[in-house]
Design a protein. Structure first.
Length: 907
RNA sequence: GCAGAGGUAACGAAGCGGUCAAACGUGUAAGGCUUAGGACCUUAUGGCUUAGGCCUUCGAGGGUUCAAAUCCCUCCCUCUGCACCA
C-alpha cells in the first residue's frame, strides 16, 4: 500500500494555504520584505509546462525567502496590450477555420468563440481565468488580490499616462520617422510573430542617387553610395514596365511600375503617373551628379523591377553583376574602360579573383562573388586617387561622407526595402512603411546608459553570465518606438491617435503591484499625476492627501525596490533592458531594481517546448497525473541559462524516494538505539547539506539544491541506517531538516512530513529554514565514514574478482605512527607540494616513500587512528550482516594497511 | 553579419588548478523479490585485469605548470538576441 497519497496531501495543504491566506502579503514594518516578480503574461492560450518553468523557479525563490523569515510579495498581472489578441479576434470574426480550431482545442465553446470574435478582451479574460487555476494547482504562491491587466485596467492606464508625461518632462521622449515592416492588406506593422514567412527580416535603407538624363531623373538605388566615382553607366530593364512620375516640386522620375505602388508608403504621392517605354531613354546619357561625368544608359535584363526603383547604377570594377554585363556590352558597342576606385592591398585584382573563384555562369555564382567582393572591400578597402574629395578614405568610413557629397549636389534621396521576402499570415507580401511622426523613448541617451551600466554592475544577477549580456544590451540600445496605431493599449496622453505599445507600457508596472489592490477601489477620474508624484517620487507637495493615498504610499515605500525579477533569457535585450533603464530614468536611486534571475528554455528531447512544436503538456494534465510536487521538478531541470531538458522518467525516482521518507516517518518510534559515531557523522553531514542547499537556492541553481537537499540527503540517511544508525532523535532531526530543505521545491508533501513529525506552524509562516550549527560539523568523522564506504566498495570489488562466498573478512587498520606521518604530510601539503621539500621534514622509511610516490596523490584529508578503528568496530555487526561472514577488525603493520585504506583479507 | 553564452561519459548535468575515471539523476545490464509483468532493493555501467592494479578520456589543436576538464592562444560546432514584436 502506497504511503504517498499525493492527491489527498496536496488538496489538504492547498486548502490550508488558501484558508490562511498564506500568500497574501501586506506592508509590515517589523519584518524584512522581499519583492519578487515574473513578467506579465499575455493570456491568448492555455498555459503548458514550458511556461511553468519560469514561474516555478520564481516561486521556489519566494518560498525560500519566506522560510528565511522575510515578508514576501509575489504578485502576478496579465497584459492585453498589443496586436496578436486583436488579430486572433479578427480572424475568428472572419470565420477563419484554423483560428477557430486553435480556440476549440484549448477548451473554448462555440459561445465563447462568438464572444471572442467581437471582443479581443473577452478572449484575454477567458484565458486569464485558466491561468489563475493552473497557478494555484501547481502551488505558485501568488497574491492574487494585486492582479491587474495592462492596459485594460483603467486605473493602470492612468499610471501609464503619468509614466509617459514624466518621461516627456524629463526629455526622454522624441518624435521622428521610422521604417517598419508593414502588411498593406491588414494595414498594420508586421512583427516576427505575425509573419507566415520571413522571420528576422528587417527594413534596409538604400541610398537613391538622382542622375539627370534629359529632362528626367533616373533615381538609382544603392547600398554603396561611396562608389559614386566609379559609376560607368546606368542600367534599365528594357523588357519591363516603367512609369514616369511627377512630383509636386516638378521633378520627373523614371521608375519601375512596382516602385510606384510602394512609393506611397514612404514618400509623398506623385502628382502624375504615366506609362514610360524604357527604349525612349536607352542609349542616351545621364550625368553623374558628383563629378559631372556623362555616362550611358544601357539595357540590362538582370535588373529586377520589384526591388527599389528599377534603375541601377553600374560600378563594374566593384560589383560582379555589373562587371559581367558590362564586359558583354563592351563587345557589342564601344564603351570606356571602367574605373577602379577601391584598392585592397592584399588582393590587387579582387574582381578577377572573385569571378574566377565563384564563376559568372548564373545568378547564384554572381551573388556569391558579390558577397565576397563587398565584404573584402568593406573591411580592407581604401578609396584610391580616383575619388575626388573621398580619395584616401577607408571604405568603412566613406559612406557617410559620400552621402553628404550627394546631398550637396542635390541628388540625394533614400528608400527602404525589406532585407528579404516577408509574407504576412494573411498571405500578403510585406513591404516597408515609413511611419511618420512616431514617438520614441530615448534609450540611446548616453548619460542614462552610463548610469544604468554602473548600476547593473552592482545588481545581483543570477546566473552571473547574464550580466555581460545585459550590459551589452544596454550599451547598444537605440531609441525605441513607443507607440503604434493598431491593436489594444493606452492612448498616448498628448497625442491620442497613438497607442502606447506593449514593451513600453510595461517597464515600471512592478511599482503598481505595491498598491494595485488599493487603487482598484478608486474612480479613474480621481487619479491624477500629483498623486503618483507623491507616492512614487516622494515629491513634497503642499497638500494633504486622503488616507487611502497615504496607505498606497506606505505600501510602495515598504515594498519598493523590486528585489528580484525572474524571466527567460530572450527578454534580456529588450524588456529587461527597458525595465532597468526606465527605473533609473524615473525613480530615485533607492527604488532601483536589485536583482535578476534569468533562465533558458524547457526542452523535450532537445527541442524547445512550445505549442507550435506540439510537444507540450497542459498543467492540469501533469498535476492530475503526477501531482503538483512532482510537476515542480521541472524547475530543477537546469541551473543557469542553458536550456533545461525535461524528462518524465525523473518523476518515478522522486516518488519512490518520497515514499521512503514517509515510511520512515511512520516507523520513527521503532528506532531506539543510542547515539554513536554514526550519529555524529549524520549530524555533521546535515550541516554540510544545509549549507550547500542554501547556497544553491540563493543562486537559483535548483538542480544543485535538489542534489544536496534531496538525493544526497536521502543517500546519507540510508548510509546512516546501513552503518548501524538507530537513534530516533537523530532520524527525526534529519527528516525534519530534509522536509525543510525541500519545502521550496515541493511545498505540499514536505509540509505533510514536517507536520507529522513536529505538529508545528506552517513552514511558510515563520523563519523555518534550518540553522547551521558549527559545533556539529566534524570533518574527520565525515572522512572516516568515507573510508568505511570506500572499504566496503573495495570488498565488493575483491569479492567480484575472486568470485566466492567469503567465510571471514579481516580488516586491518594501520598503526598509529602511520596516521601521524600521514597527517603531518597532509599538513605540509598546504604549504608546499614539492616532494623534495616534504622529504626534508620527515624521517624517510618505506611508508614515507610509498606516501610520496605519486605527487598527484598526496594525503588530502585529515584522518584519525582511534576514530578509524572505532568506525569499523561500531559497524562490524552491519558488515557481518551484509557479507554473511565473520568480520575481524585488527591493527595491522602490513604494508597494505594504509591510513584511510585498511588492509582487506578475504578467506 | 554584429553581439553574448556554451561544448564533460548513452542522455541530462555538476566540477572551474591537485581529494577526477569525473558528483547526482535518468537510461541500460545482471541478481534479488514476485505466479508473471510493473514497481521496488542490490550491484555494475571508458578499456584491460582472478587481490584493491594499470592504461586512455572532459569539442579539436597548441601552450603555461611539478600538476589542467579547470588558466592562456587558435580553430570547429551549438544556442540566444538584433527591437516597435509578444
Amino acid at each position: 500500500m502506497s504511503k504517498y497519497q499525493l492527491e489527498e496531501i496536496e488538496k489538504k495543504w492547498r486548502n490550508v494555504y488558501n484558508e490562511k491566506k498564506s500568500y497574501e502579503a501586506d506592508a509590515d514594518e517589523k519584518k524584512e520584505k522581499f519583492f519578487i516578480t515574473v513578467p506579465v503574461m499575455y493570456p491568448d492560450g492555455r498555459l503548458h509546462t514550458g511556461h511553468m518553468y519560469t514561474w516555478t523557479r520564481a516561486d521556489i525563490f519566494a518560498r525560500f525567502q519566506r522560510m528565511m523569515g522575510k515578508n514576501v510579495l509575489f504578485p502576478q498581472g496579465f497584459h492585453m496590450t498589443g496586436g496578436p489578441m486583436a488579430g486572433m479576434s479578427l480572424r475568428l470574426k472572419n470565420g477563419d477555420e484554423a483560428a477557430i480550431k486553435i480556440m476549440k482545442d484549448q477548451g473554448a465553446t462555440d459561445e465563447d468563440i462568438k464572444r471572442f470574435a467581437g471582443n479581443p478582451l473577452e478572449l484575454g479574460l477567458f484565458f486569464g481565468k485558466t491561468y489563475k487555476n493552473d497557478f494555484n494547482l501547481v502551488g505558485i504562491s501568488i497574491d492574487w488580490r494585486r492582479n491587474f491587466i495592462l492596459s485594460y485596467t483603467e486605473q493602470y492606464s492612468k499610471f501609464v499616462e503619468w509614466q509617459f508625461r514624466t518621461l516627456k518632462d524629463m526629455d526622454y521622449i522624441t518624435q521622428g520617422d521610422h521604417p517598419v515592416v508593414w502588411c498593406p492588406r491588414e494595414n498594420t506593422s508586421l512583427g516576427d510573430h505575425d509573419r507566415a514567412d520571413g522571420e528576422g527580416e528587417s527594413p534596409m535603407e538604400f541610398t537613391i542617387i538622382k542622375f539627370k538624363a534629359d529632362k528626367f531623373i533616373m533615381p538609382a538605388a544603392t547600398l554603396r553610395p561611396e562608389t559614386i566615382y566609379g559609376v560607368s553607366n546606368l542600367w534599365i530593364n528594357g523588357k519591363a514596365n516603367y512609369k514616369k512620375i511627377r512630383f509636386s516640386n516638378g521633378e520627373e522620375w523614371i521608375v519601375s511600375k512596382e516602385f510606384t505602388e510602394k512609393l506611397p508608403f514612404q514618400k509623398n504621392m506623385a502628382e502624375k503617373i504615366e506609362d514610360f517605354n524604357p527604349s525612349e531613354i536607352i542609349g542616351k546619357t545621364a550625368i553623374n551628379p558628383v563629378n559631372g561625368e556623362e555616362i550611358p544608359i544601357l539595357d540590362a535584363e538582370f535588373v529586377k523591377t520589384d526591388k527599389n526603383t528599377g534603375i541601377v547604377m553600374s560600378v563594374p570594377m566593384h560589383a560582379p553583376f555589373d562587371y559581367n554585363y558590362y564586359s558583354k556590352k563592351k563587345t557589342e558597342i564601344r564603351l570606356k574602360e571602367p574605373k577602379k576606385i577601391i584598392d585592397v592591398k592584399t588582393n590587387p585584382n579582387l574582381m578577377e579573383e572573385a569571378i574566377k573563384r565563384f564563376g559568372s555562369a548564373d545568378e547564384k555564382a554572381l551573388e556569391n562573388a558579390t558577397k565576397y567582393v563587398y565584404k573584402t572591400e568593406f573591411n580592407y578597402g581604401i578609396l584610391n586617387e580616383n575619388n575626388g574629395q573621398l580619395s584616401g578614405k577607408p571604405v568603412k568610413e566613406a559612406k557617410e561622407e559620400a552621402i553628404e557629397l550627394i546631398k550637396k549636389s542635390n541628388a540625394y534621396d533614400n528608400f527602404y526595402e525589406t532585407s528579404g521576402e516577408v509574407i504576412c499570415r494573411c498571405g500578403a507580401k510585406g513591404l516597408i512603411k515609413l511611419v511618420q511622426n512616431q514617438w520614441f523613448i530615448r534609450y540611446s541617451d548616453k548619460q542614462l546608459k552610463e548610469k544604468t551600466i554602473d548600476w547593473i554592475q552592482k545588481m545581483d544577477i543570477r546566473p552571473d553570465e547574464a550580466k555581460a549580456q545585459i550590459i551589452n544590451a544596454v550599451y547598444n540600445m537605440e531609441d525605441k518606438a513607443a507607440t503604434r496605431n493598431g491593436g489594444l493599449g493606452t492612448p498616448l496622453p498628448w497625442d491620442k491617435n497613438w497607442l502606447i505599445e506593449p514593451l513600453s507600457d510595461s517597464t515600471i508596472y512592478m511599482a503598481y503591484y505595491t498598491f494595485s489592490h488599493l487603487i482598484k477601489d478608486m474612480e479613474p477620474k480621481e487619479i491624477n499625476d500629483e498623486m503618483f508624484d507623491y507616492i512614487l517620487l516622494d515629491k513634497k507637495l503642499d497638500k494633504k492627501f486622503p488616507d487611502n493615498i497615504e496607505r498606497m504610499k506606505k505600501e510602495f515605500e515598504y515594498w519598493y525596490p523590486l528585489d528580484l525579477r525572474v524571466t527567460a533569457k530572450e527578454l534580456i535585450t529588450n524588456h529587461i533592458a527597458f525595465f532597468i533603464m526606465t527605473h533609473i530614468a524615473i525613480f530615485n536611486k533607492d527604488k532601483w531594481p536589485r536583482g535578476l534571475g534569468i533562465n533558458g528554455w524547457l526542452t523535450v528531447n532537445g527541442k524547445k517546448m512550445s505549442k507550435s512544436k506540439g510537444n507540450t503538456m497542459t498543467i492540469d494534465y501533469v498535476v492530475n497525473n503526477y501531482g503538483a510536487d512532482a510537476a515542480r521538478l521541472i524547475a530543477s531541470a537546469s541551473n543557469g541559462m542553458d536550456d533545461a531538458e525535461w524528462d518524465l522518467n525523473n518523476i518515478n525516482g522522486f516518488k519512490q524516494k518520497i515514499e521512503f521518507i514517509l515510511e520512515l516517518t511512520e516507523i520513527i518510534d521503532s528506532f531506539s538505539g543510542d547515539r554513536k559515531l554514526v550519529d555524529e557523522f549524520l549530524w555533521s553531514k546535515i550541516n554540510y547539506l544545509i549549507e550547500n542547499s542554501e547556497k544553491a537556492y540563493n543562486l537559483m541553481k535548483y538542480k544543485n539544491s535538489l542534489n544536496y537537499s534531496f538525493f544526497e540527503f536521502i543517500e546519507n540517511i540510508k548510509d546512516y541506517i546501513d552503518y548501524g544508525g538507530n537513534n530516533k532523535e537523530t532520524l527525526k532531526y534529519a527528516i525534519t531538516v530534509f522536509a525543510r530543505l525541500n519545502h521550496p521545491l515541493f511545498p505540499f508533501v514536505t509540509e505533510e512530513i514536517d507536520n507529522a513529525l513536529n505538529k508545528g506552524e506552517l513552514l511558510e509562516s515563520y523563519q523555518s529554514w534550518p540553522e547551521i550549527k558549527e559545533e556539529q560539523k566534524n570533518e574527520i568523522i565525515e572522512n572516516e565514514f568515507d573510508v568505511l564506504k570506500q572499504t566496503l566498495d573495495d570488498i565488493n570489488n575483491l569479492l567480484n574478482l575472486i568470485n566466492k562466498d567469503p567465510k571471514e573478512i579481516i580488516i586491518g587498520i594501520a598503526e598509529k605512527e602511520k596516521f601521524d606521518i600521514y597527517n603531518k604530510v597532509e599538513e605540509i601539503t598546504h604549504r608546499s607540494r614539492d616532494i623534495k621539500e616534504i622529504r626534508k621534514e620527515l624521517t624517510i622509511n618505506d611508508f614515507v616513500n610509498k606516501l610520496l610516490k605519486n605527487p598527484k596523490r598526496l594525503p588530502n584529508k585529515k584522518l584519525d587512528y582511534e576514530l578509524e578503528k572505532k568506525v569499523f568496530i561500531e559497524s562490524k555487526e552491519k558488515i557481518k550482516e551484509k557479507y554473511n561472514a565473520e568480520i575481524k577488525i585488527e591493527e595491522s603493520s602490513e604494508e597494505k594497511a594504509f591510513p584511510g585504506k585498511p588492509m582487506i583479507i578475504i578467506k
